[in-house]
Design a protein around this ligand. Structure first.
Ligand code: HAM
Length: 421
């Protein structure tokens, strides 16, 4: 029997350039969110299952089909399928909303037991943001603007489209739901199986159906836009006007309902057609009733989450260079005599630049040392022999491009390296 324990399906080891790319997307989101005054919150990976069934909705796919659940001594616990419910719980637990309007962001692993494929994993990474205590569409529009800023910084704005819709307030939703159920009930036996099941539990989700026959039936279905009351309509119109003022293009998709039950008013989704079946890179919306539903005081709120694995994949797909994980510079002393000098040169470089500097260890012949430099992925080897050490110089050998080796004084090294590509 093999003693090796294979990786669990849908889980990944992330390292090297793939990880560097995911981390850089995460850090651009974090920096941008902080520049808008959002504060980082670290949330636990596991919560009581009841938080998700109540908060996200018992009949949603994320909760009913995709949760990793285990029984603890007294409670059923689940790995979080998303961050919004936990964030709301944290705000309620710490009373953060009292006299304050917290704007929070988080990043981390989420878990959904889906069928793994490119861009769809059982453990994946989200960056999310949630704003509490504001009921105006200015907050919704700001959330969209933050994400738009990031698409531009990451150079992918042209590849991403934004869809929006309004689900209205509770009254509008109820009226629309009743009309939809009444309409669809006439076609009950023609709907796909999932949709038949949803007709009782979660009829809005039928709008998401990928089944052609169901889609055909939906063409004539009552549209939420016809059921919005004045308050909901004004909210949505102001949201759209603000997006327009920001120069952000969005198309209204009246079938957009999102897969989680907590939404009210504006919902949004960012999509790309560059990742095959996994079109959705992010989504969000307003969830004015969730705080109260989870036992807090009523508190309007809105937020979004981005699937950063997908954003990193998209950049990769487009051939956009991301930072790499390997060292920039590999320092080689040609013999033990030059070791201390080499360590001093490396230390100086680390202090005076942000370059990643690895020093050769483990001895070996000159050829073996050069091979190690090559394998490290570094762009440049700094070679230090007796002559260089004696005259306070180093030799630079470019490992990835054809360029003549040069010898420069150590004092000029940081500038030479920074201007070297
Ligand atoms: P969501 O649309 O369920 O929203 O997920 C957000 C993003 O997570 C998706 O758009 C997608 O990019 C990514 N994602 C979801 N499942 C997977 C998977 N299996 N593998 C890779 N990426 C995945 C939410 O989670 C809400 N909490 C968003 C929100 C925040 N609404 C209000 N505030």
């Amino acid at each position: 029997m093999s003693t090796r324990s294979p990786l669990v399906r849908g889980m990944r080891d992330l390292y090297a350039d793939e990880l560097a790319s995911i981390r850089s997307v995460e850090s651009v989101f974090g920096d941008r969110l902080e520049s808008y005054g959002y504060e980082l919150i670290r949330l636990p990976t596991m919560e009581r299952t009841a938080l998700f069934t109540r908060g996200i909705g018992e009949s949603t796919d994320a909760v009913s089909k995709e949760m990793f659940t285990l029984d603890d001594e007294t409670d059923s616990l689940s790995l979080r399928p998303e961050g919004t419910a936990s964030c709301v719980r944290a705000v309620i637990d710490a009373n953060m909303y009292r006299g304050n309007q917290p704007k929070l962001w988080y990043a981390g692993s989420m878990f959904r037991h889906e069928r793994p494929q490119l861009g769809r994993y059982r453990e994946f990474f989200q960056v999310g943001a949630e704003a509490f205590g504001f009921d105006g569409p200015d907050v919704d529009a700001e959330l969209i603007r933050i994400v738009q800023d990031v698409w531009e910084i990451l150079d992918i704005a042209d590849e991403i489209t934004l869809e929006i819709n309004s689900l209205g307030n509770a009254t509008s939703r109820r009226r629309h739901r009743n009309a939809l159920v009444e309409y669809l009930a006439q076609f009950n036996d023609q709907l796909d199986e999932d949709s038949q099941r949803r007709l009782d539990q979660n009829p809005l989700r039928i709008l998401d159906s990928k089944n052609d026959r169901t889609q055909k039936i939906l063409e004539q279905a009552p549209s939420i836009s016809d059921y919005l009351d004045d308050e909901s309509r004004n909210h949505f119109e102001e949201f759209q006007e603000r997006l327009e003022r920001f120069g952000i293009k969005a198309s209204v998709n009246t079938h957009l309902v999102r897969g989680l039950d907590y939404y009210t008013h504006a919902v949004f989704e960012w999509n790309t057609d560059k990742l095959g079946a996994q079109k959705q890179v992010g989504g969000g919306g307003r969830y004015d009733g969730l705080c109260e539903l989870l036992g807090g005081v009523p508190c309007p709120a809105a937020g979004f989450a981005i699937g950063i694995d997908r954003v990193a994949l998209l950049r990769n797909e487009l051939g956009i260079a991301s930072p790499t994980s390997h060292p920039d510079v590999y320092v080689i002393a040609l013999s033990d005599e030059e070791d201390d000098f080499a360590l001093d040169v490396a230390a100086k470089l680390r202090t005076e630049s942000s370059l990643k500097v690895r020093v050769h260890q483990g001895g070996g012949k000159v050829k073996a040392r050069m091979r190690a430099a090559d394998r490290s992925g570094a762009a440049i080897a700094l070679i230090i022999g007796a002559q260089e050490a004696a005259s306070n110089h180093v030799s630079l050998k470019w490992l990835r491009i054809n360029r003549e080796q040069v010898t420069v004084p150590v004092t000029e090294l940081p500038t030479t390296l920074l201007n070297s590509n």
